[in-house]
Write a protein that binds this ligand. Structure first.
Ligand code: ZN
Ligand code: ZN
Length: 452
């Protein structure tokens, strides 16, 4: 088996092999093109559809940056039709999908999505439902969903993840992507940096709960992540190579999720923090400019501090003191209510049965942690960079790094750190800190760093 970590996203297409982790890893994407000028290769990529109907999905913005070029390239040999969304903020909801069903011509052989987040998500879903393959022509390196197999959509005003399909091909021209709004490029970098803490959380879940883990996928993600980190200084100048590295890493991150069949290699505590902020913004109904990757970037610094805090703890002293044994349910509920306001009831309902309030069970779980403490400390130490380094990288790219900039006041930041993990049911450093009764203290420690 060749070393996965030296492969670019382009070289991973068609991969299918039995891994040392015991799982068969496969990548069901035929073609991936990342680089300067690659858009001109689109007619060759979809050559087998010559003479057939292709349907382009885009919005007014992506039409002008890439859609026109796509049409020009395809009009001679393909029967091209299109639908252009006019909305300033397109939502992946029932209305958007309904509109596409009305517009897509019968006998369409291929869908071509021109855009990033929402356009990609709705095109993937449509492709899956209608059984018509789709190609994504990326316009911004803002998120890791290009190579994803699921579509997060909004149904009845609630975000739900639906099944989708891999795109037939991904075409990301860095000459187009480098001119994306700066916030989107910074978001891409933020989402990538998040893989540090995501991978460390995955390790911890493997050690303490025996959760499936693949070291080869970890190595693959880490290698591309380091390339991005080194290139961060090129973000502000829109350096084409930097944008290419970020795009490559975002596509590989999607591929890694597909390879292990779970989002573990791409999403951990930093994503719960990010989801928590996103939900707070939604509840406050203020118009917020931040994208998913921007809040993930802030979250990865915060969670890196959590790892740093954990590794310096004296676990035996905590065990002897015994404070960990009692978790106050009312206090837990109140904190969630303060952070999530109108959505709090849903979160409490979702999480309360899996939170451990029982003293005997809490003793059993801390004992497990104590007996694995050396390995956990090593993960905190070796796998997660110093938080200051992560913040430095974000600053180099001109990206948001401080929760204050997101509009969170000191008290709300502290409470959100405690509540964030309750949005999901997955183990990681934040849950570990709660298990040993140190989550509140960690929250104070981190709050005093960001809000000194
Ligand atoms: Zn594996
Ligand atoms: Zn993400």
């Amino acid at each position: 088996m060749e070393d996965l970590s030296i492969l670019s996203a382009e070289e991973m297409t068609g991969l299918n092999y039995m891994c040392t982790c015991g799982k068969n890893h496969s990548v069901g994407i035929e073609t991936i093109k990342v680089g300067q000028g690659v858009i001109t290769g689109l007619p060759t990529v979809i050559k087998s559809y010559e003479g057939e109907k292709v349907f382009i999905i885009e919005d007014t913005h992506t039409l002008s940056v890439a859609g026109k070029k796509v049409e020009e390239l395809l009009k001679e040999k393909f029967k091209v039709s299109k639908f252009v969304f006019n909305e300033e903020h397109l939502h992946p909801n029932e209305a958007t999908l309904g509109r596409l069903l009305l517009e897509i011509p019968g006998d369409t052989s291929l869908i071509i999505a021109v855009g990033s987040g929402t356009i990609n998500d709705i095109s993937r879903f449509l492709s899956c439902k209608l059984r018509i393959p789709y190609v994504i022509v990326g316009t911004a390196p803002s998120m890791d969903g290009y190579a994803s197999v699921v579509s997060p959509l909004i149904c009845d005003s609630v975000k739900v993840t639906y099944d989708g399909v891999y795109p037939l091909a991904i075409v990301c021209d860095s000459d187009i992507m480098k001119d994306a709004p700066m916030l989107m490029i910074q978001a891409g970098l933020g989402d990538i940096l998040g893989k540090y803490t995501a991978l460390a959380d995955w390790h911890i879940a493997n050690i303490l709960n025996g959760e499936y883990f693949c070291p080869e996928v970890e190595k693959l993600v880490l290698t591309t992540l380091k390339k991005c980190e080194e290139a961060a200084a090129g973000v502000k100048s829109r350096d084409a190579k930097t944008v290419e590295n970020i795009t490559d890493a975002l596509i590989l991150s999607g591929i890694a999720i597909g390879m292990v069949g779970a989002s573990r290699p791409a999403s951990g505590g930093e994503h719960y923090i990010s989801h928590c902020y996103e939900m707070m913004f939604l509840n406050s109904s203020e118009d917020v400019q931040w994208l998913h990757g921007n809040t993930v970037g802030v979250g990865v610094g915060v969670v890196a501090y959590a790892f740093k805090y954990a590794k310096d703890l004296d676990i035996n002293e905590i065990l002897t003191k015994g404070d960990y044994a009692h978790l106050d349910k009312n206090k837990w509920k109140q904190n969630i209510t303060d952070v999530f306001t109108v959505s709090a009831t849903n979160i409490i309902e979702f999480k309360q049965d899996s939170i451990n309030f029982n003293e005997e069970e809490r003793k059993a779980s801390i004992n497990k942690i104590v007996s694995n403490w050396d390995v956990i400390k090593e993960i905190c130490d070796v796998n997660v960079p110093e938080p200051e380094e992560i913040i430095k990288t974000l600053k180099k790219a001109g990206a948001v790094w401080n929760p204050k900039e997101l509009g969170l006041d000191k008290e709300l930041f502290r409470k959100s750190f405690i509540a964030a993990k309750d949005m999901r049911n997955r183990y990681g450093i934040l849950q570990l800190l709660e298990d040993i009764g140190m989550l509140d203290e960690a929250a104070n420690y981190i709050t005093n760093i960001y809000y000194k």
